[in-house]
Design a protein around this ligand. Structure first.
Ligand code: ADP
Ligand code: ZN
Ligand code: ZN
Length: 739
């Protein structure tokens, strides 16, 4: 049966395989002696025929092996392997079945009024999570970290209790589906329009797509909940994807409170056993609503009426190992094959989605956009101020804080409030920048910022591989190509420096104790340290959280009254054509976070490039401004969504072999696409991350028309290149990370 795991023996080894199709006769062209018997069926079906066809589609589309493409469809942690037994025969190893964790935590009804003492933030969080109804222990661990001690403490006081529910493996106890949160009774006009569009898409049964384009807090989640409700009423299931980092107790709670035990949560932080349980609930048809990160798309829900992708613009929907799929694209394909509706929600929809909505269709499906510009009630948008750092610099400011931001920080500290400082930073890439006008030299051929290489004192373009010597850099006689200033310098501020300057600022102003919490790749190395730092910030009386991009999301503290962006433009200057879009999304995201509580929020954005459309659009709360500029530039330069961009990276310890392989691959692709309209092969060039773990990295970038089938062509060329065994080749179709 399709989807089954089977054992096959070749002449001298055994292998585990998966049934992707069943035929009655051996297809023509395959010699009968090459057909082997299935020795044994090892596991029952993990996917159906549509799943098998989807895997094939992914293998072609994303240029990977079929086995890689099937992997996400398999039950979590249950992959059988074969190994040679002591007597020389092949034996099968399956992970032993785990002990089922059927513990649920629930509030004791009489103790609903219990108030944890001030500062007992974990208790408060747990109670909040349970307010919507009982929650599985495993799920709490995923969303809150280890909860044993908190649960115990509250159990002693008789506030919560732990119950064992056998429901996961049988009984149909539905007592858990209690809805405590009242459903809003009156929908906004936008919400009604969105629901109508989704209903139409579902009824059409053709994989039509509805983009719900709604500002933060406009009630998108409420729309998903209602649409799912309708879908369930029609006897169909639903899949909801949220970015990993947003998969919090709060989010899950909202789905749980509406749909009770019909919800399964799939998340990488669950143990294999726990994930298997959830997965199996879906396969048995007990769970009808799957909520999870990217891979939840492949859950064995064979009759979805609806697929929802929240925050669809998020780059985490692209997987960075094979199969290098993008959840949006796979969801669109899956929706088409299953005949269900796809809903893409975002406050800043991707340009890909916007483009398809403007056309009205994409790959035989209709794309519609519904705007939800208003928030229910009258929640106010924060006030956004831009500070031009170039003029600050010209008038002598050398601190990482402008006078405005410094003053705002002091005010926050004096009023015992909280602030968040965002350092917009993506590590490795360094470039030189004029400190007076903010100019960064660009490649005249690729419109990407040139990166600075200390060793060779050169400026290099990592798209086309050209490079220029920087005369006598860092000698200050190097002038800015734009304004002639001599203050050109390698640019980059670390979180450490921000933390130090902040401490200095507070002590020189004599403001009382303010906790400074730093959150970056270094301080969050430990497993749950991310969570711990957030809790520390939550618990503090007055505090400043300093961090990189990772703090922009999932940040929901009502007491934050100030958000400062130290350097809005570092992502703008990245040698990446999505720089503007990323910056806009990030700023919009942060701006949407400030002042969600009673106090109105304030956002201060420091930049060397105040006139950039991405920054102006955020300040004026006017996205059209950003979109029109950005789309024009992408169209002129031939970037997505007007083209498809793929990246082939070759890496290895032997630089000569890497170079030879990259050249050969580029050559073969050039021959194949020679004379084809709108195809372009760029490079080979060194990657920006030129060396990773001693492996040298080079890449080739391929531009193709937006409707081209790229994967198969690239796969063919890479196969044909027969590169030596000591180099690794990765093909990334629709690449997002070009570094
Ligand atoms: P989004 O997902 O767009 O950020 P949510 O769905 O989380 O927005 O809604 C934001 C808040 O507004 C939530 O507290 C939600 O309960 C509430 N809300 C949503 N729709 C309505 C409505 N029609 N009337 C009143 N409140 C609503
Ligand atoms: Zn300048
Ligand atoms: Zn270039």
């Amino acid at each position: 049966m399709v989807g089954s795991t089977v054992l096959v023996t070749f002449s001298h080894r055994a292998a585990v395989g998966y049934v992707v199709g069943v035929v009655d006769e051996i297809p023509e062209g395959i010699p009968a002696d090459r057909v082997l018997d299935v020795k044994k069926v090892v596991a029952e079906p993990a996917f159906d025929e549509v799943g098998a066809r989807l895997a094939r589609w992914m293998a072609d589309e994303y240029a990977c092996g079929l086995a890689d493409a099937i992997h996400p469809l398999l039950p979590p942690g249950k992959r059988p392997r074969v190994r040679k037994g002591p007597d020389g025969s092949w034996e099968l190893v399956t992970d032993r079945t785990h002990e089922l964790d059927d513990r649920w935590v629930e509030l004791v009804p009489d103790a609903k009024d219990f108030e944890p003492r001030a500062g007992a933030n974990r208790q408060r969080r747990l109670l909040e999570a349970l307010a919507e109804g009982p929650v599985r222990w495993a799920e709490l661990r995923v969303t809150m970290g280890e909860v044993a001690s908190v649960v115990q403490a509250l159990q002693k006081r008789g506030v919560v209790r732990v119950v064992h529910h056998r429901v996961v493996r049988g009984s149909d106890d539905t007592s858990l589906s209690s809805a405590n949160t009242p459903m809003p009774t009156i929908l906004t006009a936008g919400q009604r329009r969105a629901l109508d569009a989704i209903r139409a898409a579902r009824d059409a049964g053709a994989g039509d797509v509805v983009v719900v384009d709604g500002v933060t807090g406009s009630g998108k989640t409420e729309v998903y909940l209602r649409a799912i409700d309708e879908t369930l009423a029609q006897g169909k299931g639903a899949i909801v994807l949220v970015p990993e980092i947003s998969l919090t107790a709060q989010t899950v709670g909202r789905f749980r409170s509406r749909f009770g035990e019909r919800v399964a949560v799939l998340h990488s932080r669950l143990s294999d056993g726990e994930r298997f349980d959830q997965w199996d609930l879906v396969r048995q048809g007990k769970a009808r609503v799957v909520v999870g990160a990217r891979s939840a798309l492949f859950a064995p829900l064979y009759d979805p009426g609806l697929i929802v992708i929240d925050e669809e613009h998020e780059s985490s929907y692209k997987q960075d190992s094979a199969p290098r799929y993008h959840a949006r694209e796979v969801a669109a394909e899956l929706a088409r094959r299953r005949g269900c509706a796809l809903v893409l929600g975002s406050a800043t929809p991707s340009l890909e989605s916007m483009g398809r909505c403007a056309r009205g269709h994409w790959r035989q499906t209709r794309w519609t956009r519904v705007e939800m510009p208003e928030r229910p009630g009258d929640a106010e948008l924060p006030e956004v101020t831009v500070v031009d750092m170039a003029s600050t610099f010209r008038s002598g400011g050398r601190s990482v804080f402008s006078a405005e931001l410094a003053q705002a920080l002091i005010d926050v500290a004096r009023q015992r409030q909280k602030a968040v400082l965002l350092l917009n930073r993506r590590g490795f890439a360094s470039f030189i920048m004029c400190r007076e006008c903010g100019c960064v030299p660009e490649c005249p051929h690729c419109s990407t910022s040139l990166t600075y290489h200390e060793r060779t004192h050169s400026l290099a373009c990592h798209t086309c591989g050209r490079s220029w010597a920087v005369r006598a850099y860092p000698d200050p006689s190097t002038c800015c190509p734009n304004c002639g200033s001599r203050y050109m310098g390698a640019y980059g501020v670390g979180t450490q420096r921000v933390e130090d300057e902040l401490a200095m600022l507070f002590s020189s102003e004599g403001v009382p104790d303010v906790e400074i919490i730093r959150m970056d790749a270094d301080s969050t190395r430990g497993k749950s340290s991310h969570q711990q730092l957030l809790e520390q910030f939550d618990a503090a009386e007055s505090a400043v959280l300093v961090g990189t991009q990772m703090i922009a999301k999932g940040l929901d503290f009502p007491e934050v009254t100030l958000v400062g962006v130290i350097n809005a433009d570092t992502t703008l200057k990245l040698p990446d054509f999505r720089a503007g879009e990323r910056t806009y999304d990030l700023l919009e995201q942060v701006a949407g976070r400030a002042g969600r509580g009673v106090l109105r929020g304030r956002v201060i954005v420091q930049t060397y490039w105040a006139s950039h459309a991405a920054i102006q659009a955020v300040v004026r709360h006017d996205r059209e401004l950003f979109l029109s500029t950005e789309l024009q530039e992408r169209s002129t330069a031939g970037y997505p969504p007007f083209t498809r961009l793929s990246n082939i990276v070759v890496s290895g310890l032997d630089a000569v072999a890497v170079r030879a392989a990259t050249d050969r691959i580029a050559e073969l692709i050039r021959v194949r696409v020679d004379g084809e309209r709108d195809w372009e092969v760029l490079g080979p060039a060194d990657c920006i991350r030129q060396r990773v773990k001693d492996r040298v990295r080079r890449h080739v970038v391929i531009k193709a028309p937006s409707d081209a089938r790229v994967g198969e062509l690239l796969m063919d060329c890479v196969r044909e290149a027969k590169v030596s065994r000591n180099v690794a080749v990765s093909i990334d179709v629709d690449a997002r990370d070009m570094m």
